[in-house]
Design a protein around this ligand. Structure first.
Ligand code: XLS
Ligand code: NI
Ligand code: NI
Length: 436
């Protein structure tokens, strides 16, 4: 490993909960078996390129605070960045990473140069991946930063932009496929509108549906076995985004006949922005059978922005992983740290420590969730709550055997007169407290 940017920081070891070493795992022991599976395989951690390697520490009131030797526009800078990125992945022992095209290659003068640059860096990644055994959780295209996308990518009023975006997505799917990526993500930061005064919403939705249909067709054409994922978010940067939340995405997929082809990548911070809890979004995806992957971060609950902070709230993580484990865990998905440092955290050690803490927090949450699931007290209470539905007459109501008239008849003949039953919320909340 190059001794460059991270100096003498060596690969992070598991030292257990009593360790006081800030650069050791206290809860994430990758080899620990939980419900018959290692924590490594449960959590499937991925490090994101954009926040960790690209973001310069800016905010709306101030410029760059991070001095990174790889900041710059040349291919040499891009390769230097890749070297340091892979050092970071190895130090953390994370099995996966994720990237946008714009994170990893310099912006070219035109489409052809963008593609050349992306392909060159894809080759470079390929070599590094076979040297290190690191894997790609997902790739994606940045269809929101460049000025050409200011009015959207797929939903742009200008068909030339739609075309440029579609061709760009093709190159990113090719790169993802070539690197053995396990998913391909579409997050539509600019797929939405600022004002209805200049927007034809029905047309824009049809454009987005057509775009996604082509993505799915191309996936099958090239034999990409990964999952196509949409990442919902209600707003920011666009005032109203079309992929508002999981339920909205499902309605969209249904309308364009894609509900069996596309799943969701759910981000904690986006759930909060949509006025939901993270576990709500996970449960909706589970109920509608479109759960795919997660972007792990937390929002500042006061600011109302997507502040993308590293997770540090174990009880929240426990409830989230409880949903995920209840769904049988990840298949192609994983836990991507879509989280960035605070802009005052300018040292290399901050980047490592942030991930160590986030990984520990997730591991602790997952272990608590596994205990909750294995002991079955919570699921037992839910089963008991719905036990009436196992009875024969109740089952007939759910099948098409009974109509409203027959039910009315039944109520009259049997004198059905329901008695209220406690929901036991506080008792269940107290129960959760025992695990976290
Ligand atoms: C922004 C999104 C973005 C996606 C990938 O809010 O979270 O980072 O994860 O385009
Ligand atoms: Ni995200
Ligand atoms: Ni986000």
């Amino acid at each position: 490993m190059s001794k460059g940017f991270f100096g003498d920081i060596s690969p992070i070891q598991y030292e257990g909960p009593d360790s006081e070493n800030p650069l050791a795992f206290k809860h994430y022991n990758p080899d620990e078996l939980v419900m018959g599976k290692t924590l490594r395989d449960h959590l499937r951690f991925a490090i994101c390129y954009w926040h960790s390697m690209v973001w310069p520490g800016t905010d709306p009131f101030g410029g760059q605070t991070f001095d990174r030797p790889w900041f710059g526009d040349s291919m040499a800078h891009a390769k230097h960045k890749a070297d340091v990125a892979f050092d970071l992945f190895s130090i953390l022992g994370a099995p996966y990473y994720c990237f946008h095209d714009a994170d990893v290659r310099p912006e070219g003068a035109d489409f052809a140069e963008n593609t050349r640059n992306l392909n060159e860096i894809t080759d470079y990644f390929g070599e590094k991946m076979s040297e290190t055994g690191l894997k790609l959780l997902w790739g994606t295209a940045n269809l929101f930063s460049h000025q050409r996308y200011m009015s959207g990518g797929a939903t742009n009023p200008d068909p030339d932009v739609f075309m440029f975006a579609a061709a760009t997505v093709k190159t990113c799917m090719d790169a993802t496929h070539r690197l053995g990526g396990e998913n391909y993500v579409l997050w539509g930061g600019r797929e939405g509108y600022e004002t209805l005064l200049n927007t034809n919403m029905g047309r824009e939705l049809d454009q987005l549906g057509r775009f996604l249909t082509m993505v799915v067709d191309y996936k099958h054409k090239i034999g990409f076995n990964g999952t196509i994922l949409i990442e919902p978010k209600p707003q920011e940067p666009t005032k109203h985004q079309y992929d508002f939340d999981v339920a909205t995405v499902y309605g969209f997929l249904k309308r364009y006949g894609l509900e069996n082809e596309v799943k969701v990548n759910i981000e904690q911070g986006h759930a909060i922005l949509a006025g939901h809890s993270f576990e709500h979004e996970l449960a909706v995806a589970g109920a509608l059978d479109i759960f795919g992957s997660i972007d792990m971060n937390r929002n500042d609950y006061q600011s109302g922005w997507d502040t993308d902070q590293f997770p540090n709230n174990v009880p929240e993580m426990a409830l989230a992983y409880y949903q995920i484990l209840s769904l049988g865990g990840f298949s192609t998905g994983g836990t991507n740290f879509d989280a960035k440092l605070r802009r005052q955290s300018i040292d290399p050690v901050d980047l490592v420590a942030a991930h160590v803490g986030g990984m520990d927090c997730c591991a602790r949450g997952l272990k608590a969730a596994a205990r909750m699931l294995e002991e079955g007290k919570l699921s037992g209470a839910v089963e008991e709550r719905y036990a009436g539905w196992d009875k024969k007459d109740a089952a007939s109501m759910m099948s098409d055997k009974w109509s409203l008239e027959q039910i009315t008849d039944y109520v009259e003949t049997n004198g059905v007169n329901p008695k209220p039953v406690s929901g036991r919320q506080e008792i269940l909340e107290n129960l959760v407290n025992r695990y976290v």
